[in-house]
Each structure stands twice: as structure tokens, then as C-alpha cells.
Design a protein around this ligand. Structure first.
Ligand code: ADP
Ligand code: ZN
Length: 225
């Protein structure tokens, strides 16, 4: 098999969403973002959305059971020949263990984990400047693109907004939650020989090229098979 399923990991603001979109478009990955799925559920005010909203607005994690069942449902819909890309999941060791079991049940191999590495200062700067298109979901940054809330999306003309959890107080909490609950997953996957590190402070194009190279066969360093 040429390509392997992927998990894109990294702190908030590392560029998971941006690079996942690139891999989805250029390498035909099925992109599964738990953050996007949860935001859709909130917008549609489904039962899941109602349960998840307060956690998300505060920058807290949504309870494991809710997120795991969401991912289980989505993975079960995939064809065995589809390659998936998980973005924002797993975020706790319990989620990683549940995912491992889920993939065993589906007779899939274990994914390659790519960890996007950025400094704390850069994370805060990026999240503070992040703006999204309410129509197509494209991600921009005030510092890089000069686009702000209320401006038109260059791609589709939709209006740009700022995520509630990109406000400073929620950003601080998300970084803390990342360090306490998600960063331990790096060791978890290192012990399993499944993870590679990518410097995500390079230019976006450089990171994209490095990712493409990794997934198109160069990932032997973390490859156990
Ligand atoms: P970011 O990576 O920029 O923090 P996401 O879009 O991945 O943003 O997630 C936004 C919010 O959605 C999180 O702060 C959390 O409340 C919730 N969320 C997303 N994925 C998970 C997950 N795997 N487990 C628990 N909560 C999650
Ligand atoms: Zn748009």
C-alpha cells in the first residue's frame, strides 16, 4: 500500500487544519477533524452539539465518550481502501487507546503520527490572528494575510469570523489543556515507534512539502512494518 493512514498532531495553532486541507486536496485523504465535526454539531444544535458547546467555548476538552463515538461512527463509514487523516483526535491517552482498538476491529493497520512542532509564543500569535470563512471554512491569519473579521473570503466571498475559543482567555486554557492532556501522547506514540516530528514554524509551503514527502513513502523512520 502506497499510503498509510495519518494522525496529524500538534498544539492549537500548529496548522493542523491548514495542512490537513492540503493533504486532503493533493493526496486524496479522507479528512476527519473532530473540531470541525463538533463545530458543525453545535451550529446544527444536535444533541452532541448541545452537550459539547460549553466545553468548547471554555477551551476545555469535550468528554472522551462523546468524541470517541463520533470518530467510531465516521471511521465505520470509510471504505477499507480509503486513507484517512485524523486532525484533532486523539487528544487524550484514553482516546488513543480507544482508537487503537477501533482500528484493530476494522482490520486496519496503525496510522503514522505526524507531530507539528511550534513554540508557545508562535501558538499564541497564530491563534490570536486566526480568522475563518463562515461559508467554506478556509483559514486565514491577520498577521499573514491582512484579513480581519467582516472581510470577504478571497476564495468564495463568504464573511470572515473569529472562533469564540480564539479569544485570549480560552486560548490560555487550550494551551494548558494541551500540555496536561495531549502532549503525553507524544511519548505514547514514541514508545510505539509510530511518530515523526515536523518543524511547523517553517513556511507553510515548506511544511506541506515535508508532509507530502513523508506520506509518499519516506516515512520509513517511524515505520514498523
Ligand atoms: P484547535 O486544535 O485549534 O484547538 P480544534 O478545532 O481541533 O481546535 O478543537 C476545538 C475544540 O473542540 C477543542 O478545544 C475541544 O473543546 C473540542 N475538541 C476537538 N477535538 C476533540 C477531542 N479529540 N477530544 C475532546 N475535545 C475535542
Ligand atoms: Zn470562503
Amino acid at each position: 500500500m502506497a499510503q498509510r493512514d495519518l494522525i496529524l498532531m500538534g498544539p492549537p495553532g500548529a496548522g493542523k487544519g491548514t495542512h490537513a486541507e492540503y493533504l486532503e486536496q493533493h493526496l486524496s485523504y479522507a479528512h476527519l477533524s473532530t473540531g470541525d465535526l463538533l463545530r458543525e454539531a453545535v451550529a446544527a444544535q444536535t444533541e452532541l452539539g448541545k452537550q459539547g458547546q460549553s466545553y468548547m467555548d471554555a477551551g476545555e476538552l469535550v468528554p472522551d465518550e462523546l468524541v470517541i463515538s463520533l470518530v467510531r461512527e465516521r471511521l465505520a463509514q470509510l471504505d477499507i481502501s480509503d486513507r484517512f487523516l485524523l486532525d484533532g483526535f486523539p487528544r487524550t491517552v484514553a482516546q488513543a487507546e480507544a482508537l487503537g482498538r477501533l482500528l484493530d476491529d476494522l482490520s486496519r493497520g496503525q496510522p503514522l503520527v505526524i507531530n507539528l512542532v511550534v513554540s508557545d509564543e508562535e501558538m499564541v500569535r497564530r491563534l490570536g490572528g486566526r480568522r475563518l470563512c463562515e461559508e467554506c471554512g478556509a483559514i486565514y491569519n491577520v498577521h499573514r494575510d491582512g484579513l480581519d473579521v467582516g472581510d470577504e473570503c478571497p476564495r468564495c466571498g463568504g464573511e470572515l469570523y473569529r472562533r469564540t475559543d480564539d479569544e485570549p482567555q480560552a486560548v490560555r486554557r487550550r494551551l494548558q489543556v494541551y500540555k496536561e492532556q495531549t502532549a503525553p501522547l507524544i511519548t505514547y506514540y514514541q514508545q510505539r515507534g509510530q511518530i515523526v516530528m515536523v518543524d511547523a514554524e517553517q513556511g507553510q509551503q515548506q511544511v506541506s512539502e515535508e508532509l507530502a514527502e513523508l506520506v509518499e513513502g519516506g516515512a520509513s523512520k517511524a515505520d514498523n512494518d
